[in-house]
Design a protein around this ligand. Structure first.
Ligand code: GUN
Length: 294
């Protein structure tokens, strides 16, 4: 029987746990987790993501601050906000929604955020800490995948983990997490990307396949082996005339076509997606409570 990994249910549980811990943090230490969100421009997906992050942070009782700037905003303006929040004791987490307009240097912005408030885990200090196994903030989608692996008892040790995609947000950090000598990891990791002539050569050998490439139906049953665990990070909108909106969300994997071959699989929507926000809230809580050591 294929296990359908229910990221929505797990994320709800994590959020409930965080709401309880937040109450205690407030009553016992007088600390309210504070999250500052910065949105530049009007990318429709980014607006939805920032709206959800704001809503959930409020539901958990956090202090949340949202600044929306037009896409004509200068890099200096963005850096000014970051500087202000870096020095604001009521703000424990700073998130600048990506992508930024072309005239703003994303790396410069990411590097301006204090590593101690970098709840996205994008700052090179946090990424470097992850690679060498020091505590720090881990970016939210990879952290969410690890949480699902733990809560669903997926055994990674000695397994061939194939990651498709080498982004700084998902591919690189999840690959780096899963080869580490840690209880939830210790896998043998291959990173696949557009340089591969034939990805089947790699995916057919995967015991655990993680796709984060943004190509609908890239992975079909002929690309995988029986019993594989699939973690589908893709969120792609495709036309669907049966839906009122005229479209629907799918992952990078042909879910219906592959699911009977898998031992476990995450659906889209409802798999990895909801975990990302839950882990952002967890990182913000950990920043406020001082539990992430530097
Ligand atoms: N854009 C897409 N995913 C993310 C994310 O996790 N964090 C930020 N800041 N921007 C994103």
């Amino acid at each position: 029987m294929t296990k359908i990994i229910d990221g929505k249910a797990v994320s709800e549980q994590i959020k409930q746990e965080l709401a309880v811990k937040t109450e205690l943090l407030k009553s016992e230490k007088g600390i309210t987790p504070g999250l500052a969100l910065l949105l530049v421009g009007d990318n429709p997906a980014s607006k939805v993501y920032v709206g959800s992050k704001e809503r959930v942070s409020k539901e958990l009782g956090y202090h949340s601050l949202v600044v929306k700037l037009p896409d004509t905003a200068s890099e200096e303006e963005v850096l000014e906000y970051i500087k202000k929040w870096n020095n604001d004791p009521e703000i424990h987490g700073i998130l600048v929604q990506l992508p930024l307009p072309k005239h703003i240097d994303e790396n410069k912005v990411i590097m301006a955020i204090s590593p101690r408030k970098d709840v996205d885990g994008f700052h090179p200090e946090n990424f470097g800490r992850l690679v060498i196994g020091l505590p720090g903030f881990v970016s939210c989608t990879p952290a969410g995948i690890v949480e699902l692996i733990k809560r669903y008892d997926i055994d990674v040790k000695g397994k061939h983990v194939v990651v498709i995609g080498r982004s700084n947000i998902v591919g690189k950090p999840i690959a780096n997490l899963l080869y580490q000598k840690r209880d939830f990891a210790n896998g043998i990791v291959t990173i696949c990307h557009t340089g591969a002539k034939d990805i089947s050569k790699y995916t057919l050998d995967a015991d655990i396949l993680i796709t984060a490439i943004g190509v609908p139906n890239l992975i079909r049953k002929e690309n995988i082996k029986e019993g594989v665990v699939i973690i589908d990070v893709g969120i792609n909108s495709i036309p669907d005339s049966t839906k009122k909106s005229g479209q629907r969300l799918v992952g990078d994997v042909d879910f219906e076509g592959v699911k009977d071959m898998c031992s476990a699989i995450t659906p889209v929507p409802g798999g990895v997606g909801p975990m990302t926000i839950a882990m952002l809230m967890q990182n913000t809580y950990l920043s406020a409570s001082g539990e992430v050591g530097f």
